[in-house]
Design a protein around this ligand. Structure first.
Ligand code: MLT
Length: 411
């Protein structure tokens, strides 16, 4: 018998979303009639069709694969130049940000990237994460052995938690001590909060002063409506020397089932060695990618490239308008019901205070049993999420309007 990775035993029983799925399954099996009117606003999974420009590009790529002269086998692990160039041009250079195509790595999605990035960081790092937080950041650190056990509140020994709450607008205060790695996600999952330029400037200043590497998850940047808000950490001066950025086609292009993501690692970004030296991080990720990953499929990368075409941009804008229209309706309905509401303005998530002091899992059960609506309990994102629930705006307009009516009737 082989030794197993016992760090897995420290994890809470189930990853949040499978746990929700398990409870919903039990509910639908026991309540066949109610199950028919169930509306899912739990997991942030897109619902609308892939943009036409993306589908056309993928069809064309499939045809290329069907002809020996244009067939492609293994592609470059880091991604095809056509996509890396498009990302550099449209996501960065067009906005005045200096990121080169060879600083961009194409992958099969941000969930994998934000987990896998730990491969290139050693043991002993002091790691800061927000609370509440996207659970992947925490669980992958537990799996990697970067934490001790969890206490009763679910907080893991060894992690430095940055509490987010209404008082700080769900953007954490700068840590009062140096950390080596800090995860930031803006627009935020789960709270829908956004970080202002001044807040990110303070983080970059802190990171440069303390040798911190920021792991900046920008998966929801396309939902930012306010032109003053930064859509990339690299809009902040100095970020090239302290930040890795994760981006995704999942939520803007509707790629949750197609899978394509982006990691940006500036060439000058350095880490430290145990011997006290410095070493560039970019070659490590390149090496890791080449060893453990055989590249995102050609067909998918052609689809992703089409997101940046003139038609693709228009179609993506329509998708974003649709989901943000949903978010506005949900915000309004929750406010009318007298609930405290956050997010939903520059992000597709609406973060809501539970009424009458009930817990977030009690609210989950109430919404499921009485309104037949699936939401996500805030405590699933960390102890500071207790007392809140998250509503995802990824749905059809008709479903969201119905959810709004049910919230009015329920609360
Ligand atoms: C969520 O609901 O938080 C998202 O679906 C997470 C993800 O994109 O993995």
């Amino acid at each position: 018998m082989a030794y197993i990775n016992e760090n897995y035993n420290k994890l809470k029983a189930g990853y949040l979303f499978p746990e929700i799925a398990r409870r919903v399954k039990a509910f639908t099996e026991a309540n066949a009639e109610a199950a028919k009117r169930l509306i899912r606003c739990g997991i942030g999974d897109v619902t609308e069709a892939l943009p036409q420009a993306v589908r056309d590009a993928m069809h064309k790529a499939v045809d290329e694969m069907g002809d020996r002269s244009t067939f492609r086998g293994y592609g470059p692990e880091q991604g095809y130049d056509f996509l890396r160039n498009a990302v550099a041009e449209h996501d960065f250079k067009a906005r005045g940000i200096q990121i080169e195509a060879d600083e961009i790595f194409i992958s099969d999605g941000s969930k994998c990237d934000t987990g896998n990035i730990l491969d290139i960081f050693g043991a002993g790092n002091k790691i800061a994460i927000t609370d509440p937080v996207y659970p992947v950041y925490v669980d992958t650190n537990v799996m990697a052995g970067n934490t001790g056990d969890a206490d009763e509140s679910g907080a893991y020994a060894g992690l430095h938690y940055l509490k987010c709450n209404p008082a700080n607008g769900f953007v954490p205060d700068i840590p009062n001590e140096p950390v080596d790695l800090a995860y930031l996600c803006y627009p935020n999952n789960p709270t829908g909060a956004v970080a202002t330029r001044a807040q990110l400037e303070a983080w970059v200043k802190y990171a440069l002063a303390n040798g911190t590497t920021l792991l900046y998850d920008a998966a929801y940047e396309a939902f930012i409506r306010d032109p003053e808000l930064p859509r990339s950490i690299y809009e902040i001066e100095g970020a090239r020397d302290c930040a890795i950025e994760f981006r995704s086609f999942s939520k803007n292009g509707g790629f949750t089932g197609v899978r394509c993501g982006i990691v940006v690692i500036p060439k000058g970004l350095m880490g430290k060695t145990k011997a006290g030296g410095k070493q560039a991080i970019h070659p490590l990720w390149s090496r890791r990618h080449s060893t453990k990953f055989n590249g995102t499929s050609y067909i998918v990368q052609r689809g992703a490239e089409a997101v940046y075409s003139p038609e693709g941009k228009k179609q993506v804008a329509t998708l974003i308008e649709h989901y943000m229209g949903n978010a506005a309706l949900l915000v309004e309905a929750c406010k009318k019901a007298g609930l405290s509401v956050y997010g939903g303005v520059n992000a597709p998530y609406v973060w809501v205070g539970c009424p009458n002091g009930i817990t977030s899992w009690q609210m989950f059960d109430k919404m499921l049993n009485e309104a037949n609506v699936v939401i996500t309990p805030g405590s699933g994102f960390g102890s500071a999420g207790e007392g809140y629930f998250r509503i995802s705006a990824f749905n059809s307009r008709a479903n969201v309007e119905e959810v709004c009516r049910r919230i009015a009737a329920l609360v």
